[in-house]
Ligand binder design. Structure first.
Ligand code: ACO
Ligand code: KIV
Ligand code: MG
Length: 574
């Protein structure tokens, strides 16, 4: 079968069925938290190759309650004995403020079974669906007319009513009702209003207990603006709007479910049905994690708790047996990781800037978050800063030095950052993959630390200062020499004494290029970290950095210089 050069022969453009006068939604924005319904245990579950076991369903239900969902579609009770049993379990165990929702087609025997399963619950929502689109009525229901569809929906609703809110034997349950004109997004908008009016009349909702009209994009047909139009049209044309809760149920066939849900809320919807991380039929239901955290990052509380997103991912992956994509918005393992140099540089500077702003504020004041490349503070969802920056062949100096800072508390001077990034680059190219933090730290230590094996090691020293001049007796163990060598140097400070001692004894011409130090802690017993670069002279001078750490800053400097000597000896045979 060819991939058509002219697809218009096979695929017809979806024409917006709504003629909306004075369209209002484009001028509005999202400003409130919707009612959420999690359908992981129904729509999500029915789309899995291996539906959840009873134990998995229990685990998922517990997690959904912990997150804070107050409406949870727990099953399609007439589908299987697991669904039926689980609904009975959920009916008895969910917290008092949680509504459990159950789905049934408009088929009498299945409605009986569905309502049977939910008996004894404190709050229940019985949910019936019937497809309204011309395509489904023609193809699936064998030319079911609009009138016949309406009759079916009304009969189903009346049956639910008689078994629930009108049934004197079941009054311990707070009964609610939801009707979904399935395939809403592909349906004639006038007919949807007509069938919903008939269902509403049959149910007789009140302002206090509205009926839920769930308007699904069962299949996402076109761009999200059209769904928003369809929702605005419905909201404006359904009678007694205050007695109806308008619910969305977007699927993600075109990859726009989140956008569709957001625009449709702006267009007037009150409630959203979806699944964690977008599980669900085909490309999935709308992803509730993304919707909720999109609100959160606009400063609106989603009233759902994602502070420990990893534990949520664990449960989702265990129950669905599907991995959460590493690039899933917010939750994916890689979404708070930067590998590329420019991103790392910007993130590192972003944190430095943010920390300096925080330091200026009085305690308890929150500094607004606006960091390059990070729309959300990873800590808000339980991610650590340490893992944000990872180093591979695409990385730059900022990335490698961030890892060293976060893992070794060493704040490398710029020159050493540049030098180390070349070392890291060579290593990542050699191994052909990312360097883990521990590997990078080891690479840093073996390249710049004194406590690696080398030709020189510091045995002792005596440093004195007399009348503005400094003198150093330096005791080194030098590979190949039978005993400890005593060197002597003069200078205007310990470092120059050391270098002069080395230069005169070994006939070298080393120059100190750069020196930095900082303490590695806040108290007086903290260690000092020193960073020194020395250069060789001659036609092909080479600059070598060394790092030393010691309680005594002079000794830390000497250790840095020993490290430089060992590296130069190893690489340049000085
Ligand atoms: C968009 C959605 O997600 S809808 C929810 C879908 N979820 C599920 O289907 C999961 C659970 N389903 C099941 O376990 C089974 O399909 C059952 C138990 C509901 C029904 O099983 P069966 O009786 O074997 O019916 P089957 O699944 O083959 O076919 C569907 C039948 O229901 C009819 N039907 C489909 N939707 C509806 C509806 N909303 N209301 C009334 N009848 C419907 C079809 O027209 C078809 O009838 P037909 O056999 O006369 O042509
Ligand atoms: C049952 C309905 C609401 C559904 O899942 C859909 O249309 O996608
Ligand atoms: Mg669905």
């Amino acid at each position: 079968m060819p991939f058509y050069s002219d697809p218009s022969v096979k695929y017809k453009k979806f024409v917006n069925p709504v003629k909306l006068q004075n369209r209002e939604w484009p001028a509005k924005s999202l400003h409130k938290t919707p009612r959420w319904l999690a359908t992981d245990l129904r729509d999500g579950n029915q789309a899995l190759p291996d539906p959840m076991s009873l134990e998995e369903k229990k685990l998922m239900l517990g997690k959904l309650c912990d997150i804070g969902f107050k409406e949870i579609e727990v099953a399609f009770p007439s589908a299987s004995s697991i669904d039926f049993q689980f609904t009975q379990y959920a009916a008895k165990t969910v917290p008092d403020d949680v509504y459990i929702q159950v789905l049934s087609p408009c088929r009498e025997e299945l409605i009986y079974k569905t309502i049977e399963s939910v008996k004894g619950s404190k709050n229940a929502i019985v949910h019936l669906y019937l497809a309204t689109s011309a395509c489904f009525r023609r193809v699936v229901f064998n030319n079911l007319s609009q009138e016949e569809a309406k009759k079916k929906a009304v009969e189903g609703t009346k049956l639910v009513r008689s078994l629930t809110k009108d049934n004197p034997d079941t009054q311990t349950t707070n009964w609610n009702y939801e009707f979904s004109p399935e395939t809403f997004s592909d349906s004639d908008p006038e007919f949807v209003i007509e069938i919903c009016e008939a269902v509403k009349e049959a149910w007789e909702p009140s302002r206090e207990k509205p009926i839920i009209f769930n308007l699904p994009a069962t299949v996402e047909m076109t761009t999200p603006n059209v769904y928003a139009d369809q929702i605005e049209y419905f909201c404006k044309n359904i009678s007694n709007r205050e007695t109806a809760c308008i619910s969305l149920h977007p699927h993600n066939d075109r990859g726009c479910a989140v956008a569709a849900a957001e625009l449709a809320q702006i267009a007037g919807a009150d409630r959203v049905e979806g699944c964690l991380f977008g599980n669900g039929e085909r490309t999935g239901n709308v992803d509730l994690v993304t919707l909720a955290l999109n609100l959160y990052t606009q400063g609106i509380s989603p009233k759902l708790d994602f502070h420990d997103i990893s534990s949520i991912i664990d449960v989702v992956e265990k129950c669905t047996k599907l991995p959460v994509h590493p690039r899933a918005p917010y939750g994916g393992q890689l979404v708070v990781c930067a590998f590329s140099g420019s991103h790392q540089d910007a993130i590192k500077k972003g944190f430095q800037h943010y920390d300096s702003q925080v330091a200026k504020q009085s305690e308890g004041t929150v500094v607004p978050w606006h960091l390059p490349y990070l729309p959300l503070d990873p800590q808000d969802i339980g991610r650590t800063y340490e893992a944000i920056i990872r180093v591979n062949s695409q990385s730059g100096k900022g990335g490698a030095s961030w890892v060293i800072l976060k893992n070794m508390q060493l704040d490398l001077p710029r020159g050493l950052q540049v030098a180390f990034s070349k070392v890291a680059q060579a290593e990542t190219e050699l191994v052909g993959k990312e360097l883990r933090s521990s590997q990078l730290c080891e690479l840093f230590a073996t390249t710049y630390y004194v406590d690696i094996e080398g030709r020189f090691s510091l045995v002792d020293y005596e440093f004195t200062r007399r009348r503005g001049l400094c003198f150093l007796d330096l005791f080194l163990s030098i590979e190949g020499e039978p005993q400890v060598q005593k060197l002597f140097g003069e200078g205007n400070g310990p470092i120059s004494c050391f270098v002069n001692a080395i230069n005169s004894t070994l006939s070298l011409e080393l120059d100190v290029q750069d020196y930095h130090e900082h303490s590695l802690g806040r108290d007086s017993s903290s260690k000092a970290a020193t960073y020194i670069s020395v250069s060789t002279t001659g036609d092909n001078p080479h600059v070598q950095w060394g790092v030393g750490i010691h309680e005594n800053v002079t000794q830390a400097s000497f250790l840095s210089l020993i490290s430089c000597l060992n590296s130069l000896s190893r690489d340049y045979h000085i």
